[in-house]
Design a protein around this ligand. Structure first.
Ligand code: P6P
Length: 336
């Protein structure tokens, strides 16, 4: 069934659920709760710039309530609105060092949720787009300690996606049956379908990487980026685009093609495998990217094949069109 542009997200999710025999509605319920959180976060993100203008001084708003930092607010919003739903057995957040257990008074469900509540929040003061990234896994049968359920390879995800708080608020997600894009219509308070079955171009003309780290990359990565910047017989040099906000940089790559990369660098000995996290950044975006026809690799290993060993594990990331990600792997392997 090809859904018409403008279909509400709630109807789209219900129609998707009908395609899954034996679906209980649990995943649909979890997605609906996530969407409610995104609407709340979007409202706060969109008025953040008014703090200075309306005199909502620093830490207190006009009601005299403490004004949380937006990433703390986003994190609290997700935890508070998801814990009681009965859809989850455990959660993990970029903002929490330890796993987030479901309080005993609430029913435990069959899904595991990992999320970055507000990635790129350091950009908020510059009014740059920022986002929420989420990853849903099943809680495997017979797992006594739900913490073990957090460390699953990304290829087992049942759903993953992101919300992008920019000039408009978008939701992009996949349950493994295509990648679908929705835009929030604030006048209705609903996400409306803007594009079903999104496909990333096989190749592009943009590369997106922080070249300030160039001198700290391994030689293969340096040669890869030099290659992209150089004219070749059948193509112009690539143009660079880098916002420094992962969700925004990936979303542009998904729409226009090319590659986003955050390679490992030797700048910070505490982060030898790169800056970005596997469970709630690389893995969910890799799931979306692959289901849109793209690739996601550390440069040596498919992101979705990685067996996590630590909750906040970092990985190098090359994400985007098949051609550019394949080139990265070849340069790193010394084959180009
Ligand atoms: P750098 C934002 O702080 C973030 O976590 C991602 O959103 C973004 O892709 C990356 O860090 C930017 O890092 O080192 O280029 O500033």
């Amino acid at each position: 069934m090809s859904e018409a542009v403008g279909t509400t997200l709630s109807k789209f999710i219900a129609d998707e659920q009908k395609k899954s025999p034996g679906a209980t509605g649990d995943l649909s319920g979890l997605l609906s709760a996530l969407i409610t959180c995104a609407k709340i976060i979007s409202r706060e993100v969109n008025k953040a710039g008014l703090v200075e203008i309306l005199g909502l001084t620093g830490r207190r708003n006009i009601q005299g309530e403490a004004v949380m930092k937006l990433d703390t607010f986003s994190n609290e919003t997700l935890i508070k609105n998801l814990s009681h739903t009965g859809h989850l057995c455990i959660m993990a957040s970029e903002e929490n060092a330890d796993p987030i257990l479901i309080p005993g008074e609430y029913p435990r469900g069959k899904y595991v949720l990992c999320f970055d509540p507000l990635d790129g929040s350091s950009n908020i003061d510059a009014n740059a787009p920022i986002g929420t990234i989420f990853s849903v896994q099943r809680c495997p049968e017979g797992v006594d300690n739900p913490v073990e359920a957090l460390l699953q390879a990304g290829k087992h995800q049942v759903c993953a996606g992101y919300f992008l708080y920019g000039s408009s608020t978008l939701m992009v997600y996949s349950t493994g049956n295509g990648v679908h894009m929705f835009t929030l219509d604030p006048s209705v308070g609903e996400f409306l379908l803007s594009k079903a079955n999104v496909r990333i171009p096989e190749s592009g003309k943009y590369y997106s990487v922080n070249e300030g780290n160039y001198n700290y990359w391994e030689p293969g990565v340096q040669r890869y980026v030099d290659f992209l910047k150089s004219p070749a017989e059948n193509r112009k040099p690539y143009s660079t685009r880098y916002i420094g906000s992962l969700v925004a940089d990936f979303h542009r790559t998904l729409c226009y093609g090319g590659v986003f990369a955050y390679p490992a660098d030797f700048k910070d000995p505490a982060k030898p495998t790169g800056k970005l996290r596997l469970l709630y950044e690389a893995s969910p975006l890799a799931f979306v990217c692959e289901h849109a026809g793209g690739s996601a690799s550390t440069g040596r290993e498919r992101i979705l094949d990685i067996q996590p060993h630590e909750l906040h594990q970092r990985v190098p990331l090359f994400l985007g069109s098949k051609r550019e990600v394949e080139w990265a792997k070849k340069f790193i392997a010394g084959q180009m």
